[in-house]
Design a protein around this ligand. Structure first.
Ligand SMILES: Cc1cc2nc3c(=O)[nH]c(=O)nc-3n(C[C@H](O)[C@H](O)[C@H](O)COP(=O)(O)O)c2cc1C
Length: 396
């Protein structure tokens, strides 16, 4: 681990209480995070055949150099047909391990832990990248880039939206096959060296489609009551928890609500989180949305920290660690969320894209001069001296 990271991971005895919560190390099972700042999973749709490339190494590597405690990969498909777009990362074959290992070695060398988000797209698969339209793949994509849609599976045989493909509803054999695919991907993630595994149960993809009454119209043991709708996601989570090493933490990302007053609710999230806690899940990552809902009934206004109340509610009601995410941009705001006991980790998405050094800058903002330890010496040394030039002179 890089020298600069050790300084924060192991602060000199007696100095810990003075350190803001955001900057304090956190132990999760056998994993020590150097701080509580997480790079939220963010799809770049830049993979070819699901393989991580130098693009992913440099893109994610910047966040380790920039001081983040945990860097999550984007939604990574457990099967080729479980991709959201043709550009998604994957772990459905052994050849996909080595490029991840190289990337993870870099993150570790620079003091960050590495997290994989495992995903199956369900009814929202075979899609275009956002900048190609964000709809279902069609003739134009085939002509322009040779990208053909592939058949989809989901909780229910119902298209996600008009124009989208109608998926096949999963039967028992299909579900068993998918559980095996999730577990095989987890074993590959372990071989690659990932520290944290996050199961994607949010944003309208396969497992959210089982949980939410808006995506699940099944009439068997997997539909209807909350208990039935949770059954398949819990089976996947439990199988993964058993496949994933006991010393490494496992997270689950949920959409805490589908909309303000319909579909999956915060009370459902609390019920799900309680069940997840029972099977050994360490943390619930609280996002929202992703199912199709009428605009007037959609999510709360996107004001700073608008999803924090969900992380707070799940943490208080289910007694499980949570991660807050969504329009968290300011170090003081992040620290206040932790101080209020609303969450245990803070994830940032777009703000990290804007400034991959956000964590190191937050460290200086909250810890003052000592915070420069969070920067790699190769450039922090210079920036610390430049910052001194900005200080008012005694004579001024
Ligand atoms: C470009 C982009 C890609 C994203 N991809 C994913 C993803 O792969 N998996 C996921 O769970 N969330 C994804 N998200 C959601 C983010 O993880 C995060 O929850 C959201 O952007 C809100 O946080 P923010 O306001 O800090 O950006 C993505 C968001 C963005 C902006």
């Amino acid at each position: 681990m890089a020298e600069s990271s050790q300084a924060l991971l192991n602060p000199p005895p007696g100095t810990e209480p003075a350190l803001p919560l955001l900057l304090r190390p956190l132990m999760l099972r056998g994993l020590a995070l150097r701080n509580r700042i997480v790079v939220s999973p963010m799809a770049t749709y830049s993979a070819v055949d699901g393989m991580a490339s130098d693009f992913h190494l440099v893109h994610l590597g910047r966040f380790a150099l920039g001081g983040a405690g945990l860097v999550m990969t984007e939604a990574t498909a457990v099967s080729e047909k479980g991709r959201i777009t043709p550009g998604c990362l994957g772990l459905w074959q052994d050849a996909q391990i080595a490029p991840f290992r190289r990337l993870i070695d870099f993150l570790h060398e620079h003091g960050a832990a590495a997290g994989i988000q495992l995903c199956h797209s369900g009814a929202k698969g075979a899609g275009q990248r956002p900048w190609h339209g964000g709809g279902p793949l069609g003739e134009a994509d085939l002509a322009a880039r040779g990208e053909k849609p592939w058949p989809l599976v989901a909780a229910t045989s119902e298209a996600f939206d008009s124009g989208f493909q109608t998926p096949t509803a999963l039967d028992e054999a299909g579900m068993a096959g998918l559980i095996a695919a999730y577990c095989a991907a987890a074993r590959r993630a372990e071989a690659a060296g990932f520290d944290v595994l996050e199961l994607h149960c949010a944003h309208g993809y396969l497992l959210h489609g089982f949980l939410s009454p808006l995506g699940n119209r099944r009439e068997d043991d997997y539909g209807g009551s909350l208990e039935n709708r949770m059954r398949f996601p819990l089976r996947v989570a439990q199988a993964l928890r058993q496949a994933w090493p006991a010393a490494r933490p496992m997270f689950v990302r949920i959409s805490a609500i589908d909309g303000v007053d319909l579909g999956w609710s915060l009370a459902d999230s609390v019920g799900f989180a309680r069940a997840l806690k029972q099977i050994g899940i360490d943390l619930v990552d609280c996002s929202t949305g992703g199912m199709r809902v009428p605009r007037e009934r959609s999510l709360p206004a996107r004001t700073p920290g608008f999803q924090v109340p969900f992380a707070s509610g799940v943490r208080a009601e289910a007694g499980i660690a949570t991660m807050a995410v969504g329009l968290i941009r300011d170090p003081g705001q992040a620290e206040a969320i932790l101080q209020a006991g609303s969450a245990d980790l803070i994830a940032l998405g777009r703000e990290m894209l804007f400034d991959p050094n956000w964590a190191a800058r937050a460290t200086v903002a909250l810890a003052g001069e000592a915070g420069w330890n969070a920067w790699p010496q190769a450039f922090g040394w210079w920036l610390q001296r430049r910052a001194r030039l900005d200080r008012p002179k005694a004579s001024e």
